[in-house]
Design a protein around this ligand. Structure first.
Ligand code: NAD
Length: 290
């Protein structure tokens, strides 16, 4: 194995420590802590685990965590009324509705209802539009975390060839927009892409967000490339990414492991977005924040 292993876990711990350091000065200026509200409908086990870790991380950073757990049979009106109440609550800076919602609920309508300036997940079309047009807004946490790891590993990304595999609204599309804004030359690949190995072979940066275990093969990777594996797939062999790690690590210059790579960055970036939301809503400067 020759690749440097990108330590997302360590990077995320440092980021969380810097965020925690920025909380007391905010509290002193605003007279309250930054607040994050998380809404969970139903008892999906994976979602419950995510919500619990978000709560713990929020409290550990010195922020206020407001948890709203609603029964699985909650109707659309009740959920919308809760979002409206959180939009209006001055103690709440960030609102996150944990996905997926039970099937009888219209997730799109719920996400559209969140005040874009409290949309710390960055899923509201207003924030997607801000990202696409280079305005300040909230960027989805997972691609933001990937960008931080990439810039920490490579420095200036301008002029680099990047291939993003997967075009979801949560990962692939915002990732491509972020890389474009950093002046990389971006190919956004998906299930209809012809000759994916050919695209990957030209890339300095490969981001895999597909959801298929070990999908990206080591022999596709250009020697010296940097590989970011977003995939989280539960298999009989445990948790694996979307990249054949052993194969890719033997040719890449740097690669994220699964677990311990991109995963821990997502929650750290959620706290980062909440800190920024709190500052913006209070009229405080964000320039020196992590
Ligand atoms: P998604 O299912 O919404 O999107 C998958 C994308 O992969 C689609 O755009 C599809 O076009 C593309 N795709 C499917 N088959 C393909 C093929 N054969 N060739 C090329 N592209 C193909 O998934 P998502 O929400 O973007 O998540 C992707 C992965 O990232 C999943 O494993 C998910 O668990 C993981 N994930 C991790 C985090 C984290 O915090 N680390 C956050 C979100 C998602």
């Amino acid at each position: 194995m020759s690749a440097r292993i990108i330590d997302g876990k360590g990077f995320a711990e440092q980021l969380r420590a810097r965020i925690a350091d920025a909380v007391p000065p905010f509290c002193a200026a605003a007279g309250r802590a930054p607040g994050l509200a998380v809404v969970l409908v139903g008892e999906d086990p994976a979602s419950s685990v995510y919500v619990r870790s978000k709560h713990r991380a929020t409290v550990a950073a010195g922020m206020e965590s407001f948890e709203h757990r609603l029964p699985a049979d909650t109707d659309q009106e009740t959920l919308i009324a809760l979002v409206d109440a959180l939009n209006a609550d001055p103690a709440v800076d960030g609102i996150l509705v944990q996905l997926p919602l039970p099937r009888h609920l219209d997730a799109q309508a719920v996400l559209l209802r969140i005040d874009p300036d409290k949309d710390v997940d960055g899923f509201h079309p207003v924030n997607a539009g801000r990202l696409a047009t280079g305005l300040d807004g909230f960027v989805p946490c997972t691609p933001l975390g990937c960008l931080m790891l990439l810039e920490d590993t490579l420095g200036d990304l301008s002029g680099m060839d990047a291939v993003v595999i997967g075009r979801s609204n949560i990962v692939g599309k915002p990732m491509a927009a972020l890389l474009t804004a950093r002046s990389a030359t971006v190919t956004l690949a998906h299930s209809r892409t012809r000759d994916l190995p050919g695209h990957v072979a030209r890339a300095d940066i490969v981001i895999a967000a597909v959801g298929i275990p070990n999908f990206v093969k080591g022999e596709w990777i250009r020697p010296g490339a940097t590989v970011i594996d977003v995939g989280i797939n539960r298999t009989d062999d445990g948790l694996v990414g979307d990249v054949d790690f052993a194969g890719a690590a033997s040719v890449a210059a740097a690669i994220t492991p699964v677990p311990g790579g991109v995963g821990p960055m997502t929650i750290a970036c959620l706290l980062r977005n909440t800190l920024h939301a709190a500052h913006r809503r209070t009229g405080l400067a964000t320039a020196d924040l992590p």
